[in-house]
Structure formats: C-alpha cells, structure tokens
Design a protein around this ligand. Structure first.
Ligand code: AHG
Ligand code: MN
Ligand code: MN
Length: 337
C-alpha cells in the first residue's frame, strides 16, 4: 500500500531527507539527481512548446542504431550532457544518441546512462514521451580516465534509476534502491512534488502491452502467451486488455501503476528485440523490481546480464511478477517442445 502524503514535499527536500538516513553520504548522488531534474524541467518546457516552434519533425540525421532522429532528441541529449558536464559529479555519459562514450569529468564518481527522449515517434502527434536514466558508480579510480569496464556494468550495480514522463502531467519516478517514488511537476512553482511514495506494482495485472502488428514474427512461445492473454477465463480475469502507446516510458508507467506486462520480444529478424539493455531495460528493471515486479529476457534476469557493448539490445518481459512468470513458462514450453 502507498503511504498517505500530507503537505507538499519537493523532490529536492525528499532527496535531502533520504540522504540524512545515510550518515556517510557525501551528497554527490543528490547533486547528480538535481542536475538530471534540472535538465528534465528544461526538456519539459521544450516538449510543451513543441507544437509552437519549429522543433518538430526529422532532424535529418540517423542515430547509431540507424533510426531517424527527431530534433527534440538531439536537444534533450545536448541539454543533459551540458548540465551534467557543468555539475562535476558525472564522469561519463552513455546516451542512445551518441555512438561513443561522452567523457565529462575525470574527477566525477558516477556514470550516467540515458535515453534522452524515448518514444520519439510520438513527438509529432502530442502523445506521451519520456526520458530514462540510470546511474552507476565508476569502478576505476577517481581522477583517472573512464574505462569501458566502467560503462559496461550489469544492472545490479545501478545506484539509482528513473524516468521522466512528459504526459498529461509531467512526472518523475525514481529509485535509489529504497523503493520507488513518484513526483509530479507543479508548473506554477516549477517543482516536482511528491505524489506517490513507496509504489508497489500489483502481482497480477489485466493489461498486456506488445506491438501485435509484429506478431507473425514472434517466437511461438510469445504468440501462445498472447493467445493466452486473449482467452476467456472468468476465474483468472481473462481476457486481458491490450494497451500499447509505443513509448516505453508511458507503457511502463501505466503498467507499473495498474498492473500489467510489457513485452518487446525477439523476432526472426531481430533476435535481441529492439530495446537497449543499458539505458532502457536496466533502469526499468531496477524500478520494477523495487516495486515488487519482475524483468527478464524470457529466461534471464535483465539486471544480471553483463553488457558487452554500449548499445546492446535485449528482449524484455517486464511488469507484474506473476504475469512475467507466466510468459516465461510459455517461452520455456516452446524451447522444450
Ligand atoms: P526511442 O524513441 O528512444 O527510439 O524508443 C522507441 C522505443 C520505445 O519507446 C517503444 O516502446 C518502442 O520503441 C516501440 O517500438 P515499436 O514501434 O517497434 O513497437
Ligand atoms: Mn527509447
Ligand atoms: Mn530515444
């Protein structure tokens, strides 16, 4: 159950209060979060006026995955990197929009991985989009150059992760490994204010989220799980509802709050699916586990996968624990058949 909130708590107040629970905390992580939140507020401003100024449409370049880049993706990327560079706590940034590591401050303790704008195909049509971030402590010694090993850490090493959802309201949802907390941006005061503390996701949900247009290309186990979701079974509350926005942040957030499963499975063409391990799947896996949910690639826990490259993709089954376990059973049954 979520705790009742009285009065107004800004995210910065909340972070400071939490920091006091850790007497040896130096405040660096809090400052890093502050910088990410500042960037998010600026990006929110840009997203909100996207219909007014000439920042819509294709940027005319392609990102390292060969996908079309919208102008706002680049702006968000620049905003985060510039703010983190000025903040001194961040040693390097891994971003969806940059093929290589962005080296910032050798004296920084942290590595930030991010998808600066997720769901960018929805920008032009005024549908929810998001920012995803993930924070690691560097392994190499502070003051020395960042290494590839620093940037290829498994998700279990994350010290914080979260997202900003630019939706009908703008929300920040984050974890530092002590539960999942959500803050809503109050534009009148320009602050993210605590709206849900200690979010738990239902063990069973009634929503499945997958791009069913690709169903013919899915493995048999996933096709069979989708059929299972659609079957009539009163005792088990099936059929489930199908909901798919096409913005991972928005689909994830809805399922986190209501209960559900999000799947981006492998296809014959893309054996590793579409979503990226380091800056899309790991942060969401950390959040969902902190909320009592589950995230796997069909067989392996997402957060235990050791990345071998910055932009590695991974199939993902994420959401309510019992729904993900059930989907895994279908995947396993196919392998054993
Ligand atoms: P991005 O805009 O950062 O490239 O991410 C898009 C992702 C994700 O947000 C979404 O869930 C997924 O792509 C949708 O893909 P399909 O259109 O293939 O369903
Ligand atoms: Mn994305
Ligand atoms: Mn993106």
């Amino acid at each position: 159950m979520q705790k009742e909130i009285t009065g107004l708590t800004t995210v910065h107040q909340f972070i400071l209060d939490k920091q006091k629970d850790f007497p040896y905390a130096t405040g660096e992580l809090s400052r890093l979060l502050r910088d990410i939140i500042l960037s998010a507020r600026i990006i929110n401003r840009e997203v909100n006026k996207a219909g007014l100024v000439d920042i819509l449409g294709d940027h005319g370049s392609t990102n390292v995955q060969g996908e079309e880049v919208k102008k706002l993706d680049m702006r968000a990327n620049d905003e985060f990197i510039n703010t983190l560079r000025r903040g001194h706590e961040c040693a390097a940034v891994i971003s969806e929009e940059d093929e290589d590591i962005n080296y910032l401050n050798e004296t920084g303790h942290y590595i930030v991985a991010m998808d600066p704008l997720d769901g960018s195909s929805n920008i032009d049509v005024n549908v929810s989009i998001g920012t995803i971030f993930s924070i690691y402590r560097r392994i190499s010694e502070v003051g020395t150059p960042i290494t590839v090993e620093d940037c290829l850490q498994p998700g279990i090493n994350q010290v914080a992760a979260g997202y900003i959802l630019y939706g009908s309201s703008t929300m920040l949802v984050y974890t530092t490994g002590c539960g999942v907390h959500a803050f809503t941006l109050d534009l009148s005061i320009g602050e993210f204010c605590l709206s849900n503390q200690g979010i738990t996701t239902p063990k069973n949900g009634k929503i499945y989220s997958v791009n069913e247009g690709n169903c013919n290309k899915f493995p048999e186990g996933v096709k069979n799980y989708i059929k299972y979701c659609q079957e009539e079974n009163k005792e088990e509350n099936r059929p489930y509802s199908s909901r798919y926005i096409g913005s991972f942040v928005a689909d994830f957030h809805r399922n986190l709050m209501k209960g559900g499963i999000y799947i981006y499975p492998p296809t014959a063409k893309d054996l590793n699916g579409k979503l990226r391990l380091i800056y899309e799947c790991n942060p969401m896996a950390f959040l969902v586990e902190q909320a009592g949910g589950r995230a796997t690639d069909g067989t392996r826990r997402i957060m235990e996968i050791v990345p071998t490259s910055l932009h590695q993709r991974v199939p993902v089954f994420i959401g309510s624990e019992n729904m993900v376990i059930k989907a895994e059973e279908f995947v396993k049954a196919e392998v054993e058949a």
